[in-house]
Design a protein around this ligand. Structure first.
Ligand code: URA
Length: 297
């Protein structure tokens, strides 16, 4: 709470209705000064005078940010408290994202300020891998390591993912493209908000258009629900072939979940096998001979 507000509270003058003159006329007192009793008394007098001065009554405006902003990391363990997002374009703003090539798209993401997540990111996390891959894997949003390094799935969950892919002769170095629904880390790894998904989704849509994958694997409930526009459980979405913008989608568990729930690894393996057979079916439909595929065994 800002100092002038705390004084108002202290005086019992701080309900919803206060005079507009109160907030702007009281200067911010440096921390040193607040420790001096005389300065404190002067401040109280200032506030009382301001409250007593005649002025039109208005609904209190949002408090100004406090001058002493804690370091960015300090927010990470707190629930999200921003109720006044900035840098937000109207959701319906016309966008040329669907016309961008890879370089322009990557640059657009790197400079993106379409939602509040831009304020606390270290790096945007665009995507990694073969930009002409037949397989595309889609996760939720960057975590702490990804935010630091600017690459998706670089933590423990990423190692598990890489190992599972290797079992299918797939890797981010050669024949898979990996991206997230959200390109910036949500503070404290909270779930992304609906408006953040809406503002970020055009980037993923364009990535899918550019990669033109033959199969998409959605990892985790959030990614699956975002792509498939539903609120279904992972259990109900697994084991079936869905579709995103004309591309078959297989839903599986998020690798971070698998790190905690080893018993579900076998199910995740079954999901990848379904993705592989779906991929083969897609190739067959295109008349690609077995053995000529570029994506996995
Ligand atoms: N979890 C995700 O969904 N994506 C990442 O890039 C890292 C962790």
């Amino acid at each position: 709470m800002a100092l002038d507000e705390s004084l108002i509270e202290e005086l019992g003058l701080g309900p919803i209705w206060v005079r507009r003159a109160v907030v702007p006329v009281v200067p911010v007192v440096p921390a040193e000064e607040t420790r001096q009793p005389t300065a404190q008394v002067e401040r109280v007098q200032q506030v009382v005078e301001a409250v007593e001065a005649p002025a039109p009554v208005v609904i209190r405006e949002a408090p100004q940010p406090e001058p002493d902003v804690p370091p960015l990391d300090a927010y990470d363990d707190l629930p999200w408290t921003d109720d006044a997002p900035v840098h937000i374009e109207p959701a319906e703003a016309p966008s040329d994202i669907h016309t961008l090539d890879w370089d322009a798209l990557a640059a657009r993401v790197a400079n993106c300020e379409r939602c509040r997540l831009c304020e606390r990111r270290t790096n945007t996390v665009f995507g990694v891998g073969d930009r002409e891959a037949d397989w595309m894997l889609i996760g939720e949003a960057p975590g702490e390591n990804e935010d630091k390094q600017g690459e998706p799935f670089v933590g423990q969950a990423g190692k598990l993912l890489d190992n599972m892919l290797r079992a299918l002769a797939l890797s981010r170095e050669s024949n898979v493209y990996i991206a997230n629904v959200i390109k910036c880390r949500p503070p404290g790894n909270r779930n992304p908000e609906l408006d953040e998904v809406a503002r970020c989704e055009p980037y993923l849509q364009r990535q899918v258009e550019l990669v033109k994958p033959k199969v998409i694997v959605a990892m985790g409930r959030f990614a699956a629900q975002s792509l498939l526009k539903n609120e279904a459980s992972i259990a109900s979405m697994r084991g079936r072939v869905h579709e995103y913008r004309g591309v078959p989608v297989i839903v599986t568990y998020h690798p971070a979940y698998l790190l905690r729930s080893l018993q579900d690894k076998a199910k995740a393996w079954a999901d990848l096998c379904l993705a592989r057979s779906t991929y083969r079916d897609a190739l067959a439909a295109l008349g690609v001979e077995q053995g000529a595929e570029k994506g996995g065994i």
